[in-house]
Design a binder for this molecule. Structure first.
Ligand code: AHR
Length: 345
């Protein structure tokens, strides 16, 4: 077991690394924290459990590899864990909750020091989280939330404000069509059913557009956050609805799949159909710079440094915020063009 001093030193090193890496700046590379007391139920109690080499063992269960965002998120976690000197046990759930539950149980068996995961859906986690708590292993949520009433089951939730992302998409649309005299027909490609970003991005968007009678969602269906499903569902939207004015896609990948369907139908994306997406990954930004996507709401996948900091803080027994919100921006086509060359992911 590591001594508290050793953990404290490690935490200090990672903190310095994080600050010198430079969070913050335009269009969302930084983070803000909301302060509230942490549970920290097992602080300092289980460090170095499984590695046998003095390294902190972090078990991480990832949603899958469904999107460009996810790939960037996985890379960020792997790189940051290596920089922090942690032993990372990484598991890809292939978008299945049962695989995540299995992975978490396996991390418990292996006596990981900390377990982190990005829950594919919001519900159904209480039993396995209670098992981790009973084993004295702190859990950190990244990217997506759970709907557990018992918030003592996890230490903190690091990630975006998905409701706000939906609102940003809605606000831009309201502004674009504020003088519209005719109904504006909107189709929506939702993310994975039951996932926090799908629920919240829908709610935030609807909250903002609801007072504008002209803005009408005529179809809304899941595209599971993938390019292939985005294309498939957009094809069916185009067949079922004449004169679609706007596509709101919950991520870039579904938007990019939809663009293929729109072009195949002989229409011009970004002109015949106005397109709004969420994420701002390189491929999405490229399409925006080309004018095929009109507006992108950023969702920052680079959560690795914040996660490693939280792991160190929890293990050092420090009080950490219950919610760590990532700061993000938005991009019009012109803004995407201006920053595309420097976009890292
Ligand atoms: O949870 C974040 C979402 O998951 C991203 O917006 C999407 O691209 C990913 O699949």
């Amino acid at each position: 077991m590591k001594s508290f001093t050793k953990m404290g030193a490690l935490a200090a090193i990672v903190t310095v690394m994080l600050f010198s890496a430079g969070c913050g700046g335009n269009n969302g590379t930084g983070s803000s924290q909301t302060n509230a007391p942490t549970n920290n139920q097992s602080a300092g109690g289980n460090q170095g459990g499984a590695a046998g080499n003095g390294k902190v063992v972090l078990g991480f269960s990832q949603v899958g590899a469904e999107s460009g965002w996810r790939t960037a998120n996985t890379d960020s976690i792997k790189e940051s864990a290596a920089e922090a000197g942690f032993e990372l046990k990484f598991s890809d759930a292939q978008q299945k909750q049962e695989n995540q539950i299995k992975a978490i149980r396996s991390f418990i068996q292996q006596k990981a020091d900390v377990i982190a995961f990005s829950p594919v859906v919001e519900s159904g986690w209480d039993t396995v989280l209670q098992e981790a708590k009973d084993a004295g292993i702190p859990v950190i949520l990244t990217d997506r939330a759970v709907d557990s009433q018992d918030t003592s089951l996890y230490e903190t939730f690091i990630g975006s404000d998905f409701v706000e992302e939906g609102r940003r998409a809605g606000k831009w649309l309201v502004e674009q069509f504020k003088d519209a005299a005719e109904p504006v027909k909107i189709v929506e490609l939702q993310g994975t059913t039951g996932s926090a970003p799908a629920i919240d991005r829908k709610n935030g968007f609807e909250e903002v557009i609801k007072d504008n009678a002209n803005l009408q969602i005529v179809a809304s269906q899941t595209g599971d956050f993938t390019r292939a499903k985005g294309k498939e569902v957009m094809q069916s939207f185009l067949q079922a609805h004449k004169d679609i004015d706007v596509l709101y896609a919950h991520n870039d990948d579904m938007g990019l799949g939809a663009i293929q369907a729109i072009e195949a139908a002989g229409l011009v994306p970004g002109k015949d159909i106005i397109i709004i997406t969420v994420d701002a990954v390189k491929d999405g930004m490229t399409a925006a710079a080309e004018g095929k996507i009109n507006f992108i709401v950023e969702c920052n996948p680079l959560l690795g440094p914040q996660l490693m900091q939280a792991v160190n803080d929890v293990l050092a027994g420090k009080e950490i915020p219950r919610r760590i919100v990532t700061e993000e921006g938005t991009f019009t086509s012109e803004e995407a063009k201006a920053v595309l060359a420097d976009r890292k992911y």
